[in-house]
Design a protein around this ligand. Structure first.
Ligand code: CU
Length: 308
């Protein structure tokens, strides 16, 4: 009996170890980027600062508690006859003070910091810069990202190019279920929702290729819904715009409908011209469709108003 349960326990532990090893192996690649420790813009640096300050403050409680857990278990073990035995002990004024005062102080400091940073990091607030912001309209689709550059009159799928040091003003919506737009090394995450518009301001101050993704589970193609955000010099950006302009594809309501069809690992592609106000139109299409937005049996995505 003893042997059998011991064997089962070993089996359970080895299974657990295997699961953990798989998760670590599977997640390490992009999770390292998700909890990125190399911020590349002022927004991400502020988030980084808040993150590490929070970790440090929490450690003030966590490290002593973990250390004392081991120490107490050792000191008051059954075999130690020299540890004091006090069955009637139930209160210590100074211990209560310590146990309440320290966490109280930490929570006060954290609350204050969070309040300050929440206002400083307001995603809708334009970032200070002497350069005019680059406008980028983001449309989340199944399972790809569409980026429309209204000032350049071009659009790109699954690739984001922008000049280093210039503020970016993203206007974000979705032509499908809720998605979440996130470029971890540049800053905060923000939701993309059908019939609505969210905004985000970012600046990259180092050239580089940054991983961008959807962090909101959105169905079958979700794991592949990535894109590269390329922060480049002004000339490289202009060359990229010229390259996109040479694309014979035109983005209008028809081609957007076509693009909006679910696809997995959609290749990077460009549209050389874009129908004006297409982005606003996508939002409006879902607003007017609200009244009949009930799941229908012949459409597994539920009601999905035509973007036309
Ligand atoms: Cu991950």
């Amino acid at each position: 009996m003893y042997l059998k349960s011991r064997k089962n326990m070993l089996l359970a532990y080895s299974r657990l170890a295997l699961i953990i090893a798989c998760l670590v192996n599977f997640g390490a690649g992009h999770c390292m980027e998700l909890i990125d420790l190399e911020p590349s813009g002022p927004v991400a640096r502020d988030i980084d600062e808040l993150f590490w300050t929070t970790v440090a403050l929490m450690s003030l409680v966590l490290i002593p508690v973990l250390a004392m857990t081991g120490w107490f278990a050792w000191k008051y073990r059954a075999g130690n006859g020299r540890a004091p035995y006090a069955p009637a002990w139930d209160r210590s004024f100074w211990l209560e003070c310590l146990v309440w005062f320290v966490p109280g102080l930490i929570i006060t400091v954290l609350a204050g910091m969070t309040w300050i940073f929440t206002h400083r990091l307001d995603p809708y607030q334009p970032l200070p810069s002497d350069k005019p912001p680059l406008e980028i309209q983001v449309v989340a689709l199944d399972w790809k990202w569409l980026f429309i550059y209204p000032q350049q009159n071009i659009a790109a799928v699954n690739e984001l190019y922008f000049p280093v040091g210039r503020p970016l003003h993203f206007k974000i919506t979705s032509a499908t279920v809720m998605n979440s737009f996130f470029i971890p090394r540049l800053g905060g995450q923000i939701y993309a929702m059908a019939g609505m518009q969210t905004q985000l301001h970012l600046i990259a101050d180092k050239p580089g290729h940054y991983f961008g993704e959807n962090t909101q589970f959105s169905g079958r193609g979700f794991p592949y819904q990535h894109f590269l955000a390329m922060a480049t010099g002004k000339q490289d950006f202009n060359a990229w715009v010229e390259q996109a302009k040479r694309s014979p594809q035109h983005l209008d309501r028809d081609s957007l409908d076509e693009l909006a069809q679910p696809s997995i690992r959609h290749p990077v592609s460009y549209y050389g011209s874009v129908t004006p106000s297409l982005f606003e139109h996508v939002i409006a299409a879902f607003k007017t469709a609200k009244s009949n937005a009930l799941p229908s049996s012949d459409n597994r995505y539920g009601a999905r108003p035509n973007v036309r």
